[in-house]
Design a protein around this ligand. Structure first.
Ligand SMILES: [Zn+2]
Length: 171
């Protein structure tokens, strides 16, 4: 509310602020030399970006709905069940176990992360490889998602394993 009132300020507001002990951001700002204004604006923007990124991370992280492990954002799996609820997991194996325990075989949406870049991918356009590489020793996750078939093939050439069908049935 303050910035909009301040921007509507003008002479009338100045007269009001004059001799008034209350802090007025607008009159304070007018006294600040221009180079300092830029520095202050820079600091404020930096802080806002940092806060936004912390809250985004907090949102993306959290704990796995299956085994309670802290989720590494680059390996996160998000499932939207048919009731519209989203559930987060630390690995593909955990997401599959969670569904199996509930006797659920289909979901509305499944988002996995590319094993190389951590980029979010729709599970129905990703390529999946089961290989001897275990990405999470605690739950033995050995299923890896790739955005590109060439990356999946490269993984199999280097580490063995085979391509599997998408691990989630998306409606
Ligand atoms: Zn987990």
């Amino acid at each position: 509310m303050t910035p909009s009132t301040a921007s509507r300020g003008g002479p009338d507001r100045d007269r009001h602020a004059h001799g008034d002990a209350r802090f007025s951001f607008a009159s304070f700002w007018r006294k600040v030399p221009t180079p300092l204004r830029w520095s202050l604006a820079y600091v404020v923007i930096t802080v806002l970006i940092a806060l936004a990124s912390v809250s985004w991370r907090g949102n993306a992280g959290g704990t796995c709905a299956q085994d309670g492990q802290r989720i590494v954002p680059e390996m996160q799996v998000d499932l939207q069940t048919l009731d519209g609820q989203w559930h987060r997991f630390c690995s593909i194996v955990c997401a599959r176990r969670w569904l199996a325990h509930r006797g659920v075989d289909r979901v509305q949406q499944a988002i996995v992360r590319d094993a190389l870049t951590g980029k979010p991918l729709d599970a129905d356009v990703a390529f999946f490889v089961r290989s001897p590489i275990v990405s999470n020793p605690a739950n033995g996750n050995n299923i890896h998602a790739f955005q590109y078939r060439t990356d999946a093939a490269d993984h199999m050439r280097r580490f063995g394993g085979h391509e599997i069908d998408p691990p989630f049935f998306v409606e």
